[in-house]
Design a protein around this ligand. Structure first.
Ligand code: MEV
Length: 437
């Protein structure tokens, strides 16, 4: 069995690799070389990546691409996307072009409120906790004055705090619900700092509150943390056109529109479909969240919770046909930032913001919602017409060729061969074997 290691994080990068190679890689020089192959030759870029997290040994590349021709609220965008899935960018680009020719995307931010909670135990009387909260409310606000100063100057900060009694669900469970406006910052650090300071003040004040002393029951803070569930930070994006403009090979516009709406209804009704449907939406959203250095886990968690807000998991997109007009829209919660965090630290995220013409957080929310809607349109369009595999396997062809170490010439040959033929792993293997013989 391999021995545990102490003080690993204090070792130099070379020492860490040496330890890893000895204990887990049979000292294989090829494995060590893989780590080295992905080091950046620019020392300052490498140092930046080394410093992002602890114990960095190498860099893990994902492709950075753009999907052009997005017309959003009458403005053209090329949207940067970071993803490993072969068909995502192609699908986004196709959908962008399709809707550019039909008036483009309309997007609007509905609300921008973030929130966090101070969770605490309290087993005393309802009257005492209510009167304590009323007394302490202004002191909690005052206690975060210095943390809030800069955010307030820019027009943001703490919006409100309220007391929530959840003791009917979990014995003794209460929380303080705090709402925030964090403007162009995602605001996680700001919110958490405010909450922790308020929690401290809350406990300090509680210790000397007379009613609690009399009852000998004091609230006890369990934890203070922002919530990644942000249903009050919502964005909506939409496309619409006359159904006749949806005609495609083998389908009249009306047939296509009806089948499309039916596919959305299925995703609204059936969780098994809804999860995959929403996964397709997140193919687009996550790729842009990653390209812009935002927290994709936070976005994912919040979006899926929103999809289940009515106590069952459902589609995030909606579609209808009314008076011959097809309308397709998405509404999702997105807490993202255009300042702070990785956004100004990673050279490629900085570049992504330049490509997007330096959007503020509200504009970024719109772009993300559009990316999700476009991706979903492309996926559902394929599903209800040709099936998903045709396009998917075309894009996957290059991965199969790379797996088989195909040369440049072999790749060119394969691309033209499969131009008119169905791609499957087997078919590509056979084609290459034939070519190589
Ligand atoms: C694949 O990554 C995404 C899809 O499965 C989405 C969908 O089914 O709607 C194609």
């Amino acid at each position: 069995m391999n021995q545990p290691v102490t003080g690993f994080s204090k070792k130099s990068k070379a020492e860490k690799i040496e330890w890893l190679a000895k204990n887990y890689l049979q000292n294989n020089p090829e494995s060590i070389q893989i780590l080295r192959d992905y080091w950046n030759e620019n020392d300052s870029i490498q140092q930046l990546h080394d410093d992002f997290i602890e114990n960095t040994l190498s860099n893990y590349y994902l492709p950075f691409a753009v999907a052009p021709n997005f017309l959003i609220n009458e403005k053209m965008y090329a949207i940067p996307m970071v993803t490993e899935e072969s068909s995502v960018v192609a699908a986004a680009s196709n959908a962008a072009k399709f809707w550019m020719e039909r008036g483009g995307f309309k997007a609007e931010v509905i609300s921008t409120e973030k929130n966090g909670q101070i969770h605490f135990n309290y087993f005393g009387s309802e009257k005492s906790i209510n009167s304590f909260f009323e007394t302490v409310k202004s002191k909690l606000r005052a206690s975060i004055e210095s943390i809030e100063k800069n955010m307030k100057k820019r027009g943001g900060g703490l919006l409100d705090i309220s007391l929530v009694d959840k003791s009917h669900i979990l014995d003794g469970f209460f929380y303080i619900h705090a709402t925030f406006e964090t403007l162009d910052a995602m605001g996680a650090n700001f919110i958490n700092s405010c909450l922790e300071q308020m929690a401290h003040t809350f406990e300090e004040e509680a210790a000397t509150f007379e009613a609690f002393s009399k009852e000998n029951e004091f609230p006890e803070v369990i934890m203070s943390i922002l919530s990644n569930y942000v249903p009050e930070c919502l964005v909506r994006a939409e496309v619409s056109c006359n159904v006749s403009e949806l005609a495609t090979s083998g389908f009249t516009g009306n047939q296509f529109a009806e089948k499309f709406v039916r596919a959305i209804e299925i995703a609204k009704t059936e969780t098994r479909r809804a999860v995959t449907h929403n996964k397709g939406i997140m193919n687009g959203v996550d790729a842009v969240v990653l390209a812009t250095g935002n927290d994709f886990r936070a976005v994912e968690a919040g979006v899926h919770a929103y999809a289940a807000r009515n106590s069952y998991y459902s589609s995030l997109t909606h579609a209808k046909i009314e008076d011959g007009i097809f309308t397709f829209w998405i509404e999702i919660p997105l807490a993202v930032g255009t300042i702070g965090g990785l956004t100004s630290l990673h050279p490629l995220t900085k570049l992504a913001f330049e490509i997007l013409q330096k959007p503020n957080a509200k504009e970024l929310m719109k772009i993300l919602a559009v990316a999700g809607l476009a991706q979903n349109f492309a996926a559902v369009r394929s599903l209800i017409t040709t099936g998903i595999q045709k396009g998917h396997m075309k894009m996957h062809l290059m991965n199969i060729l790379n797996q088989m170490h195909a040369s440049k010439e072999e790749k060119q040959n394969a691309l033209s061969h499969f131009e008119t033929r169905a791609v499957s792993h087997n078919a590509v293997v056979q084609f290459l074997e034939k070519l190589r013989n």
